[in-house]
Structures are given as C-alpha cells and as structure tokens.
Design a protein around this ligand. Structure first.
Ligand code: ASP
Length: 222
C-alpha cells in the first residue's frame, strides 16, 4: 500500500525492528518511513515499458467487456498470465538455522484500485518459520489468500512430516490447480533443501546453495 518507497521490503524490516507492529500500510507507513530516515521517491520510478504495454493491452481487452460486470469478470479472468504477474520473491536459510521469506510485488496488472494481493499477507504469499520452511509465492493472489497457501505448505511439513517437495506439490498441483488457482512458490527447508513447484507453463526461478549446484529455470521442462 505504499507508493513512494523504493524498497518496501527494507521498510518492512524497519517496521519489524523499530516498531511495536507487524504491519503498517498506506500513508501511516510512509510517515513511519520518513521518521526512520527513508527517502521517499517519485512513484514513476517503478514505470517500465514492458509493464506499461501489458496494462494498455489488458485495458483494451477489458474495455470491450464493460457492458456487464459478469462479462468484465470473465474477461479479467481470461487475461493471459504473463500480462498479469511479475512478483519477485526470495527465501533463505542462514548459517544459524534462521529461515526467512520476502515477497515484493506491484500486484496484478489491471487490478482494481485498492486491491490487496497475497504478497504482503503473511501465510498467503509469504511465510517462514524455523520449525518447517520458508515460502514465497507468485500467482493469482486471490487464490493464494483464500487457501492460505504459504502457511499451508509449512503446516504440511510441520504436522504431517512431509518433505517440502511433497507439501509444495500437494498444495500447488493438488489444491490450487483443480480450482484454477495459477501460480507457484519457492520453498527452502531447515536442511537447505529447495523446491520450486508451479502449475503454469513457466516461472522464472533460481537457487544457490553451498551444497547444491546453482540452478536457473524458466519453463517446466528444465
Ligand atoms: N501474487 C501477485 C498478486 O496477486 C501477483 C504476481 O505474483 O505477480 O498480487
């Protein structure tokens, strides 16, 4: 909900370390940022030609369907995923056994003003606990919120003793895919195992570890 903060994740860390709260949003978050010495930037810093073109294309498709709200909803649903998504996430395990997850997003292209996605909702698009795993998600946020995806994966690891590969696959392909919830997650566990499941044709992803080969992938056959 902030508009003038270059790195909302760095601000989130200041909220964690220097306030008594877990979440701040909107104007109050920006006031807190100023108090913390964060420089506020112009909002157009985030403009990119690629995303701007995606927005124009999406709007053209949606404008045609404005006649009824049902048609608009259907047209919105039918927008290709690569128009809509572009979240960046990271999960990490440090040498002291601490797991962390962070997710940063501009949300989904052509969303309603005021819409809140899954990225900032702890348990939905982002979750980490030292007893199970760390998860960061990308995809159709409404589904990730409804199904509490990130914390559901960690709960399956913690309470069912599942591996992150099984728990991630169960939720991404078993729970989300049948109901049309497109997307994927990156997961790391307490031992440094890494799993990167998704149910779309591709997800930009990479991993680096001191025990496994560095990996970079886009499509699902890599
Ligand atoms: N999950 C994000 C959202 O729903 C979109 C994305 O992953 O690109 O806001």
């Amino acid at each position: 909900g902030v508009k003038h903060i270059e790195s909302p994740i760095n601000l989130a860390r200041l909220v964690m370390e220097n306030s008594v709260h877990v979440m701040l949003s909107g104007q109050g978050a920006e006031e807190f940022a100023k108090e913390q010495g964060v420089t506020l930037i112009e909002n157009n810093l985030f403009d990119t030609p690629h995303r701007y073109e995606a927005l124009i294309k999406a709007k053209q498709k949606l404008d045609k369907a404005k006649a009824t709200s049902k048609a608009y909803q259907a047209a919105h649903k039918a927008l290709p995923n690569n128009y809509k998504m572009g979240t960046v996430g990271a999960v990490a395990l440090d040498k002291n056994g601490n797991l962390a997850a962070g997710t940063s997003t501009g949300g989904m292209t052509a969303k309603r003003y005021g819409r809140v996605g899954d990225a900032p909702v702890i348990g939905a698009g982002t979750f980490a606990e030292n007893e199970s795993c760390a998860v960061s998600a990308t995809g159709h946020g409404e589904y990730f919120i409804r199904y509490n995806v990130a914390s559901d994966i960690c709960a399956r690891v913690k309470y069912q003793g599942k591996t992150i590969a099984d728990a991630g696959n169960d939720v991404i392909n078993g729970v989300l895919k049948p109901i049309g919830g497109t997307g994927g997650v990156i997961i790391i566990d307490t031992k440094g195992n890494i799993s990167l499941p998704f149910n779309t044709s591709g997800m930009y992803r990479a991993s680096k570890s001191n025990t496994q080969a560095t990996y970079v992938g886009i499509f699902n056959d890599e």
